[in-house]
Design a binder for this molecule. Structure first.
Ligand code: 17E
Ligand code: FE2
Length: 411
């Protein structure tokens, strides 16, 4: 199969891509078709490595309004509302909703998802369903599962055991929620426990860390210190870290040294945290997004996640990471020309580092032939025009396509 005329990752000149046996065989400015080879000429469109959703809660998706709407728009009313919805959870319910959400994602060029799955459920229903879904969907979506203790590890009955059970069932990553634990002591011990569990079972770590507008919420320093001391370093991710928005600058200056030394990754969720944070402020209202620009300037890996699709925390969402990047660039004030052009990295290459995809990811000869084609010439154009994903190709197979609609003035 020969794909022609693609601008790979904003390249100035177009390339042709040959795919054989599900792998990138050759990538060059001009390749002549072999005898009998099928040719698709894209005529000068943008090719990117597949988009990655590095932070979402698939188990809660598509449940907004059930059994009630989140009227305050806060994280905490979201957690209370989900606790009510959880009472009626069944495996079929999770299967049906996740199947829909995964198709929304696929149509938007996503091929990898890291999902947090709530394990503060004595029956671990969502975890069991998600382990099955990971297997059922593996040819079309690579799903990584985080054992996520929504209501706490130390503050929820049997919390430690549920975490370990979920890891034994096959969760890929260990989570935690230090800012939700009853006390600071619990916050620290929950992080120690999560790190020990990850070491014991050889798992990655991804913590909901300091998702609160409280400048005194400092789980991050504990997580980073443990990442450094244990040697888990870049196997560890801090998600949300919205309190960092409210930390004083003197503290951040000291903290940055540790963050750099620790090698941990960050995931920011600008779409959802712009909506959830700052809710108890009058004016001025905090944006409540972690310091993405400063983390990047310090050479720290940051990716963006959607966090939710239509659930107790976020009443919207179509599975498009474009909306996430668009909001992120605005709210973090990263609107310089190069910042905009390169911003696809937040939902591709940077996220691949966080998910530890290694050599299985990237448009390079010898790697799995997985890439997407956008109806644009570069990512600046794609972001600005909300360009559709013309084709999503995974291991050489087309798994999604879109036919550009016609939207035009009639004069
Ligand atoms: N749970 C949580 O603790 N934080 C979030 N942002 C979501 C679920 C969506
Ligand atoms: Fe989250």
């Amino acid at each position: 199969m020969l794909y022609r005329n693609l601008y790979i990752e904003n390249a100035e000149a177009a390339s042709d891509i040959r795919v054989l046996d599900g792998k990138f065989a050759e990538i060059a400015p001009h390749l002549d078709p072999m005898e009998g080879e099928e040719v698709v000429d894209f005529g000068g469109k943008l090719a990117l490595p597949p988009f990655i959703e590095s932070h979402v809660h698939l188990d809660t998706c598509l449940t907004a309004g059930e059994p009630k709407w989140n009227m305050s728009g806060t994280l905490f009313e979201g957690i209370e509302t989900w606790a009510l919805r959880k009472e009626t959870l069944s495996k079929k319910d999770v299967h049906d909703r996740v199947n829909k959400a995964v198709r929304l994602y696929a149509a938007n060029g996503i091929q990898h998802i890291r999902t947090h799955v709530d394990v503060t459920d004595p029956k671990l229903i969502a975890m069991e369903a998600m382990i099955e879904l990971r297997e059922e969907l593996k040819d079309v979506m690579n799903i990584q599962i985080v054992a996520f203790p929504q209501e706490g590890i130390e503050s929820y009955p049997n919390g430690r055991q549920l975490m370990e059970d979920a890891v034994k069932m096959g969760a890929d990553c260990v989570g935690a929620i230090p800012h939700f634990e009853f006390t600071r002591e619990y916050s620290v011990s929950s992080l120690n426990y999560a790190m020990e569990l990850a070491e014991k079972y050889g798992r990655l770590v991804d913590v909901h860390c300091d998702e609160i507008d409280d400048e005194a919420s400092r789980g991050l320093e504990t997580l980073a210190a443990r990442a450094l001391e244990s040697g888990l370093t870049d196997r560890v991710t801090a998600s949300h870290t919205t309190a960092m928005h409210s930390y004083n600058n003197a503290y951040v200056q000291r903290l940055m040294r540790l963050l750099k030394m620790s090698g941990i990754n960050f995931v920011s969720n600008p779409l959802v945290n712009t909506h959830l944070q700052g809710r108890i402020d009058t004016y001025p209202k905090r944006r409540g997004i972690t310091r993405v620009k400063e983390l990047r300037e310090a050479g720290i890996n940051v990716s963006f996640g959607h966090d939710d699709i239509f659930d107790p925390w976020y009443p919207m969402g179509t599975g498009s990471m474009r909306d996430v990047v668009f909001m992120g660039l605005h709210v973090c004030q990263m609107m310089g020309y190069e910042e905009i052009r390169s911003s696809y990295n937040f939902i591709s290459n940077n996220a691949a580092r966080t998910l530890h995809l290694g050599d299985s990811y990237g448009i390079e000869a010898g790697r799995p032939a997985s890439f997407i084609v956008l109806d644009a010439k570069d990512y600046y154009d794609a972001l600005n025009t909300n360009a559709p994903v013309l084709a999503s190709i995974k291991n050489g197979r087309k798994i999604a396509e879109s036919v550009p609609g016609t939207k035009k003035a009639l004069f």
